[in-house]
Structures are given as structure tokens and as C-alpha cells.
Write a protein that binds this ligand. Structure first.
Ligand SMILES: Cc1cc2nc3c(=O)[nH]c(=O)nc-3n(C[C@H](O)[C@H](O)[C@H](O)COP(=O)(O)OP(=O)(O)OC[C@H]3O[C@@H](n4cnc5c(N)ncnc54)[C@H](O)[C@@H]3O)c2cc1C
Length: 338
């Protein structure tokens, strides 16, 4: 199965054993929770549009690993045209959801880790690139949504990871076994983690020798043993419980982020993409950040298109669409958006 339908995506999320907490309580069913569901609907749109012939060029690509048709969110960019199509796809999804559709961070992480693992292997003779290609092939074949986890809580911004008073403020290796490593720590503000099947974890800053245990990158399922998510509150989020569409803003779609705790999670060797090669931590961060800036150039513009349309409609409803100062402002919004 190379492409999932939106409905198959929703059902696949229902099957995961996610440990999600909100308002201090465990959420048994994240798929049907009224606060969380809009964010799932946004991700669903990345599957629904990929099924539509009119969006095939933007939403799908040919896998460089298998030659199969895949969702563009699981693709490794091969050309300038791929980068253009990526941004156009993101603008389209911003227009369709008027929200964050959450699947970009995993795509950008994949592209950063793909090339960085190649360079680490060239220098050290490690097998991280093979590990990553194996992971990505599985992601492409199953059409998984992947979270990209970079941001650590960090603590004292003036101190390196190993020098923090609390060693868990940056995610790190706490045990090394012949068959893998055990990691502990947290990743903050994780977009769409609760709507993802898998996660790619990366370091968050450049590191030196003393931070060896913190220079760790890997993949694992989002419902792996020891992973706990605490949903980030948003202003007015409880309005979604009231069932009054007038007060909920964008009732169908939304975004979500979570603080994700890794409490002694075991990572097998073949899921590791960086493990102590400290000089490559910065490369991974920079490559991810570069791709992710580009993503914002697409998704936020799509949301901007909706806001501009809403502003123009409000002017129409108020009978002032021809007022020159209102036209000026709408034109300025379009200019900034482009
Ligand atoms: C809605 C949302 C979604 C997100 N999604 C994701 C995601 O999916 N995955 C992910 O990994 N991350 C995600 N992030 C995290 C985001 O990338 C970080 O918030 C961002 O990198 C800033 O890090 P921080 O929050 O730790 O702020 P800080 O690093 O504390 O920065 C705060 C301020 O302090 C300054 N500062 C920090 N350190 C220093 C220093 N040493 N010297 C001088 N100035 C300093 C910064 O420049 C900034 O102005 C998300 C964030 C948000 C808000």
C-alpha cells in the first residue's frame, strides 16, 4: 500500500497505543476527542488530496528508493522542481485547512537526516544511511506520518547539554547495550506528534566532545514503550467542547503540539542515525532548519490566502469593500503574503 486514504489514516491512528495527557488526565481515544480531532483532520487532508487526480503532481512523487508512487510528504527531494512542488503543495494545504497540517516537520527531518547520515558513514564507516533508507522505505510503503523532534527543553541557555544541573534537559543516551541504546529526556513543542505513526529524533544544537551522549538521532514508533505526550494548551481550546460553531473559529481544522517525554526508551541499533559523532549534530540541525524555513514559505502563505479572503468577505458583508483604505490594506496583505 503506497498511498493511504484519509479514512485509512484515521483508522490507523485509532490502532496506536498512544500515551497522551491533557488537563492532567490520560486521553483514552485521541481520534474522537473534540479538542484534538481538528488537528487530525488537517493531517487527513494530506492523504485526501493525494487521492485526487487534479493534485497528483503536487501531492505525490516517485520514490527514489523504490520507484513506487508515494505521498510527497515521504519523498527525498531530487531536483529544483521537487523543491518548488513541495512549497506549492504546502500552500495548497494551507488554503484547504487554514491551519497547520503537521506533516512538514517529518518531511524536512527526513531530508536532513538522509544526507547527513551519508556524510557520517563516509567519515566513520558506520551504517546510519542504510538504517535511514530502511526506515524511509517502510514509511513510504505504509504512507506513515512522521514527526520531527528537534527542540529540547534546554534549561540554562548559557550551558552546554552535559553541563546542565538536570542531565535530562537535553535528550541523551543513558545506557548502551550490544543491541541498542536507552534514551531519556524530552522534546518540546512537538507539532503533530500525537497525529504521527513514527518520530525522527535529532539533536537541537551543535555539540562538542563532552556532549557525546547527547549527539543522538534515531527513529521509533510514537507509541513505543516509555513515550508520554502532554498536549500544549491553546487559548480558547475549551470552546471546541461547547459545540457552538460561531465561537470556535476554524471548527473543522487545527494544529496541535505537545511536550513529549522519553522515559528510558529502548532504541535498537538499526534505528539509530547518529550516536556520538558530535561534529555532525550541527550539520543535522542546520539542514533541518534550512528545509523547515522553506516549508514556512509555503504553509503560512496558504493560511494567509484564507485570512485575506476572510478579510475581503468581511468587508463585503459590511458594505465597505470599495473603501480605498480597506482595499489598500487587503492589497498590502497580498503583497506581504507573496
Ligand atoms: C507551535 C510550535 C510548534 C513547534 N513545532 C516543533 C516541532 O514539530 N519539532 C521541534 O523540534 N520543535 C518545534 N517547535 C519548537 C521551536 O523550533 C522552538 O520553539 C524554537 O526553536 C525556539 O526554541 P525555544 O522555544 O527553546 O526558545 P529559546 O531557545 O529559549 O529562545 C528564546 C529566545 O532566547 C534567545 N536565546 C536562546 N538561547 C540564547 C543564547 N544562548 N544566547 C542568546 N539568546 C538566546 C532566542 O534567540 C530567542 O529569542 C515548535 C514551536 C512552536 C511554538
Amino acid at each position: 500500500m503506497a498511498l493511504m486514504t484519509g479514512e485509512q489514516y484515521i483508522e490507523s491512528m485509532r490502532k496506536l497505543n498512544l500515551q497522551v495527557y491533557m488537563f492532567g488526565k490520560k486521553i483514552d481515544n485521541v481520534v474522537d476527542d473534540p479538542i484534538l480531532r481538528p488537528s487530525l483532520n488537517s493531517v487527513r487532508m494530506t492523504y485526501d488530496l493525494a487521492q485526487m487526480p487534479e493534485y497528483e503532481d503536487l501531492m505525490t512523487a516517485t520514490s527514489s528508493l523504490t520507484g513506487e508512487k508515494i505521498n510527497r510528504f515521504t519523498h527525498i527531494h531530487q531536483s529544483t522542481q521537487d523543491l518548488i512542488n513541495k512549497v506549492r503543495m504546502q500552500r495548497l494545504l494551507g488554503q484547504k485547512t487554514a491551519a497547520c497540517f503537521q506533516r512538514c516537520v517529518g518531511m524536512d527531518a527526513s531530508n536532513a537526516v538522509f544526507s547527513t547520515t551519508y556524510e557520517i558513514d563516509q567519515k566513520y564507516g558506520t551504517h546510519y544511511h542504510e538504517n535511514f533508507k530502511k526506515f524511509l522505505t517502510r514509511v513510504q510503503r505504509n504512507d506513515f506520518t512522521v514527526d520531527g523532534a528537534m527542540t529540547d527543553p534546554k534549561g540554562d541557555r548559557g550551558k552546554a547539554p552535559h553541563a546542565q544541573d538536570d542531565p535530562d534537559l537535553y535528550l541523551h543516551v543513558v545506557e548502551r547495550r550490544p543491541d541498542g541504546v536507552v534514551v531519556r529526556g524530552a522534546k518540546a513543542h512537538q507539532t503533530g506528534f500525537i497525529n504521527s505513526h513514527e518520530v525522527i529524533v535529532m539533536p537541537t544544537i551543535a555539540m562538542r566532545e563532552a556532549d557525546k551522549d547527547y549527539a543522538i538521532s534515531f527513529c521509533c514508533p510514537t507509541d513505543a514503550e516509555g513515550i508520554f505526550m502532554i498536549v500544549g494548551r491553546q487559548s480558547c481550546d475549551t470552546r471546541k467542547l461547547e459545540g457552538a460553531p460561531m465561537d470556535t473559529g476554524n471548527p473543522e481544522f487545527g494544529g496541535t503540539e505537545a511536550l513529549v517525554i522519553f522515559d528510558n526508551v529502548f532504541i535498537p541499533n538499526d534505528q539509530i542515525f547518529l550516536n556520538g559523532e558530535v561534529e555532525f549534530a550541527g550539520m543535522m540541525v542546520e539542514r533541518f532548519a534550512g528545509y523547515h524555513r522553506q516549508s514556512y514559505g509555503g504553509c503560512k502563505v496558504g493560511v494567509g490566502d484564507v485570512l485575506i479572503g476572510a478579510a475581503a468577505l468581511a468587508a463585503d458583508y459590511n458594505g465597505c469593500a470599495k473603501a480605498s483604505h480597506i482595499k489598500d490594506k487587503i492589497i498590502e496583505m497580498q503583497h506581504l503574503n507573496e
